[in-house]
Design a protein around this ligand. Structure first.
Ligand code: HEM
Length: 497
């Protein structure tokens, strides 16, 4: 057990504010070694910090660590445990996980997902071009200042909401007003932030409520429920009106909510009715997909602007392997090895969930030679593992080349325990391909379509903030200028959209 626990709160004071929890826990690993425990209020939590222990954990002990902690906050804000991302390990989680995995990987939905990505990215490139075109504030070299966190957020939310329920919240043909769309994004972000803080403070009932207040938590949850409910009513009516056969066989996309309505067919599972399960599962995917992808895209741009030689190299790759004046398609991504290496290197240094998602030991077991008691929480410090100097040369430096040379064989899919941005084992992120496809295609088309530069000679600010994801604390303002001829931007969106 690490020293320095305070009465009642244990080590919680180390886990708030600055430095961020993964860095505080990382410093403790320097002192206490790769496996140590801390107290979160009355609860004991085991913190693991190297690939060897992670491997032992997610192979030999995987079943034992495949449950999530039952956070009290979840009961109030996330449909109790009908949300499979927070559900304990067992038949309900297995069933939901299977349904989600099938949706994200079957041939029919893959085509729908591909089309949504392509259309939204094309729309988004066109929108940014229009911002530039209409701007009266171009500098002498023709660049315009834009805020990119917002641009990525709008794009990612459009892709995810289209996939879940066929809804476009931003830009042309948006189904809600700009104000309502922003309110919704704010609610999702607040929700993620609450989850992040509650994960740490849940063990102490008083802190749980002091942090936000029950009222604020319930209000945020209610706001999201109203939106999900509206979508569900609409999709249920559509099914009644058109009939199952027509939806499945028509050209109309079968969105995630439609698929859930058909699969659940009104049944109650483990006390949760079909509508609650549908909304809870949709919300789990929205929460899992939006912030993580936006945060990753944001850090990638920050790192590229801080490393101009890497930016030049990826632009050269795009020019030689794709050429100019055409949209980059998903089938091109395999050729873009350096671009993929940039994404991996960003996920290594800035994993969006640096402490993964909290797990709980459901049986006594041994790990790293220690006896661990049932009920102990598990915190996997992904950031510490991914910056271990025993594995990574110059661990804190941004060197995408390592994934083309020394670490060529290392991927992010949970089998190489030195790089686990999506976690590992049974509970590994089910959205790896969805997330990577979205990030690769967005990045490739953005860098192909626009020249970018820093707005000042000061290096881009890299301060992170505490939450469920390690977000950049400040906006990302950069200078952009179209790289290609206006004709290229006019062909977006295409007939396919
Ligand atoms: C850059 C993108 C992403 C990263 C880095 C990421 C990372 C993670 C991590 C670290 C976990 C915890 C895994 C564990 O406990 O070992 C997780 C779980 C999860 N992720 Fe992702 N994720 C990303 C994108 C997505 C997307 C696109 C979706 C949805 C389509 C998604 C849905 C989920 C869900 C539902 C869970 C909970 C799974 C369960 O408990 O069974 N994620 N993700």
């Amino acid at each position: 057990m690490a020293k320095g626990a305070w009465p009642i709160i244990g080590h919680l004071m180390l886990l708030g504010g600055t430095p961020t929890p993964h860095k505080s826990l990382g410093s403790m690993a320097e002192k206490y070694g790769p496996i140590f425990s801390i107290k979160l209020g009355a609860k004991r939590a085991l913190v693991i910090n190297n690939w060897e222990i992670a491997k032992e954990c997610y192979t030999k002990n995987d079943v034992v660590v495949s449950s999530r902690s039952k956070l009290v906050a979840i009961e109030h804000i996330a449909y109790n445990q009908a949300s499979f991302g927070f559900a304990p390990y067992g038949p309900f989680w297995r069933e939901m996980r299977k349904i989600v995995t099938v949706f994200l990987s079957n041939r029919r939905s893959m085509e729908m997902l591909r089309q949504v990505r392509v259309c939204e990215i094309r729309n988004s490139v066109k929108d940014l071009f229009d911002v530039w075109d209409n701007s009266k504030n171009k500098n002498q070299s023709g660049y315009v200042l834009v805020e990119m966190k917002e641009w990525f957020t709008r794009l990612v939310f459009n892709i995810v909401f289209q996939t879940m329920a066929g809804k476009r919240y931003f830009g042309t043909n948006a189904v809600v007003s700009e104000k309502d769309a922003e309110k919704c994004v704010k609610a999702v972000r607040e929700f993620m932030h609450m989850l992040g803080v509650c994960t740490m403070t849940d063990a102490i009932p008083l802190l749980r409520w002091i942090n936000f207040g029950v009222k604020a938590m319930k209000e945020t949850a209610k706001e999201l429920d109203v939106i999900l409910d509206e979508w569900l009513v609409e999709h249920t009516q559509k099914k009644k009106f058109l009939g199952e056969k027509v939806i499945v066989e028509s050209d109309d996309h079968q969105h995630f909510m439609d698929m859930m309505i058909s699969v659940l067919d009104g049944v109650t599972i483990e006390g949760f009715d079909a509508n609650t399960i549908n909304k809870a599962t949709t919300l789990a995917l929205i929460l899992g997909a939006t912030d993580t992808s936006t945060v990753t895209l944001t850090w990638i741009l920050c790192l590229l602007l801080r490393h101009p030689h890497v930016l030049e190299k990826v632009k050269e790759e795009l020019n030689t392997k794709i050429g100019k004046e055409r949209f980059i398609n998903e089938s091109d991504i395999n050729k873009l090895e350096y671009l993929q290496a940039i994404v991996k290197e960003t996920l290594r240094l800035y994993p969006p969930g640096p402490l993964s998602a909290p797990r709980e030991f459901i049986e006594d077991c041994t790990l790293g030679g220690y006896n661990i008691k049932k009920g102990t929480r598990l915190i996997t410090n992904l950031w510490k593992i991914q910056t271990d100097p025993n594995v990574w040369e110059y661990p804190m430096e941004f060197k995408p080349e390592r994934f083309l040379t020394t670490h060529k064989e290392v991927d992010v899919r949970g089998h190489h325990f030195e790089l686990l941005p999506f976690g590992s084992g049974r509970r590994i992120c089910p959205g790896i391909s969805f997330g990577l496809n979205m990030i690769h295609l967005t990045l490739a088309n953005f860098l192909h379509s626009f020249d970018i530069s820093s707005p000042s000679s000061e290096p881009i600010d890299m301060t992170e903030i505490l939450g469920m994801t390690n977000e950049k604390a400040t906006p990302l303002e950069i200078m952009v200028k179209p790289l290609l001829s206006p004709k290229y931007y006019e062909t977006m969106p295409s007939d396919e959209c």
